[in-house]
Write a protein that binds this ligand. Sequence first.
Ligand SMILES: *Cc1c(COP(=O)(O)O)cnc(C)c1O
Length: 371
Amino acid sequence: MTDAPESIPAARPVIGEEEIEAAVRVLRSGRVVQGPEVAAFESEFSRLVDGRHCVAVNSGTSALHLTLMALGLGPGDEVIVPSFSFAASANAVRLVGADVVFADIEPGSFCLDPAAVEAAVTPRTAAIMPVHLYGHPAAMDRLTPIAERHGLAVVEDACQAHAAELNGTPVGAFGTAGTFSFYPTKNMHALEGGMVTTADAQLARTLRLLRNQGMEQRYANEIVGANMRMTDVAAAIGRVQLGRLAGWTDSRRANAAHLDEHITALVTPPVAEGARHVYHQYTVRIPEGMDRDTVQERLTAAGVGNAVYYPTPIHRLAPYQEPDRKAGRSWDLPETERAAAEVVSLPVHPSLTNADLARIVDAVNALGAAL
Ligand SMILES: *Cc1c(COP(=O)(O)O)cnc(C)c1O
């Protein structure tokens, strides 16, 4: 029996020697929670978002939750969110007691469709939450004027899109606030962690208070807050990863360009004019007539890791169906439904070798002949 080559994983988080040394350095220092490493990480991350204020927290979900708290959103408010995203996007809205209003996506970018957003605005709408899904920037150039016209906050969910840009502006530098995740599979990580970015100094102060029990001075609590602090161990790892992000992003983009050029059997991801896609995921569509389960089985058998993000749109998940049933409401989201049924993501991470890329292309293009 010959050894099968090792499978190519769908994602490959890096914990290298530098990350380990950084963590050990912090542990030995004794300053382990929201100390000098967090402050340094915030100021270094700020360069990625046109110098905006940065507030580090313990996860991307906390970044979203904290932002909605700081904006004062709650019961009676509506937030427009894409249903084609990770549940965390909508969960943050529900966690502050506000209502989620789902809007459909554009088929090319998989991000919010501005026309659908405009149609979803009501007198109760308080904010729009564009998700830069898979690392493709949402249409901020068309969403921002809608928000301005209706006086709405814009909370960017950039948890998958570190260093993505639209017309030269980085994501996280468009909205009232931007939010990032540093979960291990993201384009950079801090084991767990998140960041809120904003140009509004007053909002930044409120975010800082809310993440730490409402305190600036110890035991002089000004408002009711939570504990969403980042540890200095996480920040030290995040700083190492941030230093590698530009190189990793170039690798992801080069890998995607290779796949774009050579894949013929599946529909490769389009990129909008002016968009800098950072390929958190390289997501293809299965053409009509091909069965996705079979495609996934064949790819897996060929040693090509793959996954569906996300097989169930958020509005079809139990905790979201319940309020809709009560309100006698249903959503018309045809592009969301179609995407959830058609997409599959292929490996695109920076650890891929040329041999891995060739294997992915061969396995994908063999599907055309086999199915
Ligand atoms: C990962 C992710 C989040 C949440 O980030 P965590 O750090 O895992 O809490 C939110 N939104 C999107 C789109 C994500 O991909």
